[in-house]
Design a binder for this molecule. Structure first.
Ligand SMILES: Nc1nc2c(ncn2[C@@H]2O[C@H](COP(=O)(O)OP(=O)(O)OP(=O)(O)O)[C@@H](O)[C@H]2O)c(=O)[nH]1
Ligand SMILES: [Mg+2]
Length: 224
């Protein structure tokens, strides 16, 4: 079984080495998709031993995940693809339990959850946004999970071939859930630790970005 981690990264020269090396301890190959960063993200990722792909324009996290996942399946013959963030919030040590249900042929996709027992120092504002996202996803996609917008996932090759992300930016997380339901993919959640630090809160998503995600998803689902 070949396990490949795909890390989307935008202006992450300070954090990409640690995250790529952390994921690299638990997978066979790390692919970093440098989304036209203005800094040295790509160069640093190369020196950390990753395969580096680069977008010519900044397209967003969803587009970068699709580019990296396609590359993992087509060029690296990956059997399992792990989506992992560049910002140090996720722990490589969680990868083995994320891929285990796929290795045991129990499911097609494993979704990380911050709300299944793993302690998280998540700020209240983020908790509120995620709770609204959860409610919305239950109503619109009819999928019952505890954490709808966690970027930590493990996909079997079969899921990777069936999930094609068309929403380039942050709404891709909702789109993936929709496709899981639509394509009848078997999934399970696993608890993961997502760490919040002053650094990740400063550079991460704002409260308002939750509304942009909502708008992008509703537009693609009901208007386009
Ligand atoms: N490829 C690409 N990656 C991005 C872009 N924006 C953010 N990312 C990456 O996507 C990952 C998650 O981004 P964050 O902004 O931390 O989003 P988040 O983790 O959902 O939100 P927080 O909880 O606020 O950290 C990180 O690895 C970022 O480098 C982008 O425009 N393109
Ligand atoms: Mg983050």
């Amino acid at each position: 079984m070949k396990i490949v981690a795909v890390i989307p990264a935008y202006n992450e020269e300070q954090r990409i080495r640690n995250s790529a090396e952390d994921a690299g301890r638990f997978v066979d190959t790390v692919v970093v998709v440098d989304d036209c960063s203005k800094d040295k993200t790509g160069e640093v990722a190369l020196t950390a031993g990753a395969h580096v792909l680069r977008h010519e324009i900044n397209r967003g996290q969803g587009a970068a995940l699709q580019t990296g996942t396609d590359y993992a399946v087509q060029n690296l013959e990956a059997d399992i693809i792990v989506h992992f963030d560049a910002d140090g919030q996720m722990q490589g040590a969680d990868i083995p339990k994320m891929i285990e249900p796929i290795l045991n042929s129990e499911v097609d996709i494993v979704l990380g959850s911050r709300f299944l027992g793993a302690e998280s120092n998540m700020p209240l504002s983020r908790r509120l946004t995620l709770w609204l996202a959860l409610l919305f996803t239950r109503l619109v996609s009819g999928i019952k999970i505890s954490d709808t917008h966690n970027g930590f996932r493990a996909l079997s090759k079969y899921s990777a071939q069936n999930i094609k992300i068309s929403l380039d930016r942050m709404a891709h997380a909702s789109e993936i859930l929709d496709l899981i339901k639509l394509k009848n993919l078997k999934f399970v959640e696993r608890p993961v630790m997502i760490k919040y630090t002053a650094d990740t809160l400063a550079k991460g998503q704002s409260f308002m970005s939750g509304f942009i995600v909502l708008k992008d998803f509703i537009k693609s689902k009901f208007i386009d």
